[in-house]
Design a binder for this molecule. Sequence first.
Ligand code: RIB
Ligand code: CA
Length: 321
Amino acid sequence: MKKRTILIDCDPGIDDAIALLMAFAAPELDVVGITSVGGNVGLEATTRNALALATLAGRRVPVARGMDLALIAETKRAESVHGTDGLGGVRLPEPSYAEEKATAWEFIRDRAADFPGELEIVAIGPLSNVAMALSAYPETRRRIKAIHLMGGSAGAGNATPAAEFNIFADPHAAAAVFQSGVPITMFGLDVTNRANLSPAGLEAIRVIGGRVIAPSCAMLDHYLTAYRHFGRDTLALHDPLVVAWLVDPSLVTLKPYFVDVETDGRYTTGKTVVDVHGILKRPPNAMVGVELDSGRFVALMTKLLRSYDEPGAVIAPGAGR
Ligand code: RIB
Ligand code: CA
């Protein structure tokens, strides 16, 4: 089986953390790099968290830091959901290796040159780094096979009534990515809000136990507390859905639509305008998730997280609160 060669651009962040741990465990995926971006929390924390999560997984995937802030938009953070450290206060192993010296966009450029036509970017935070790489290096636009992003929605937002957090955090970068001509798969709130884990489902995972499941459930406990504060009693696992789809594309139904990003609206800045009826008569520039099989998603996530404790799994330092 030919593995998919992926680079994950992320802002860990609790759901990013689960997505990374799933990706490291998936035999279908070859994670050749991670780039960190400011988003849920600041860049220092997202970079440290990415290194710590790879260490927990027993991996030494190169990590390159990128943008802490958007070029133009005001800074947005989501510490109310992810905690000030980004992982809900859960202590992970100290990173066993250092980050790259290259910037995130230089690293994306170099990895695209290493794997021309093969590299798939998994973008699960604000798109500042990806936009920088595409804008600075035309050759990189040609070499990247696809960008699979968690962001946006055809319907309501979560950061504002209109905008989803990743897009709202850097709408200009998001617009540049959607206009870049690189093939895009968009996993918006329309599907990620249905990538649900109930409190009972979380307990069913916790009782399995294990050196990755234990800290993962501790992080999800914090995530659930935050969700309950906002009146929801079920977790939306936004970023993990993208990784699950990479492993099993049958999980999500995609449709081709023209998508662009509002960058200057009083109430709508950061809104992904998804032309579901083709009114603008613009050619589709994204495959957009419209349906998913939530039950199979949770089963796959559980399978990947528990695989760390199966015979032959790579051993890594323990972790816990
Ligand atoms: O809106 C959900 C997205 O914003 C996820 O990527 C989450 O990690 C936050 O970054
Ligand atoms: Ca994220």
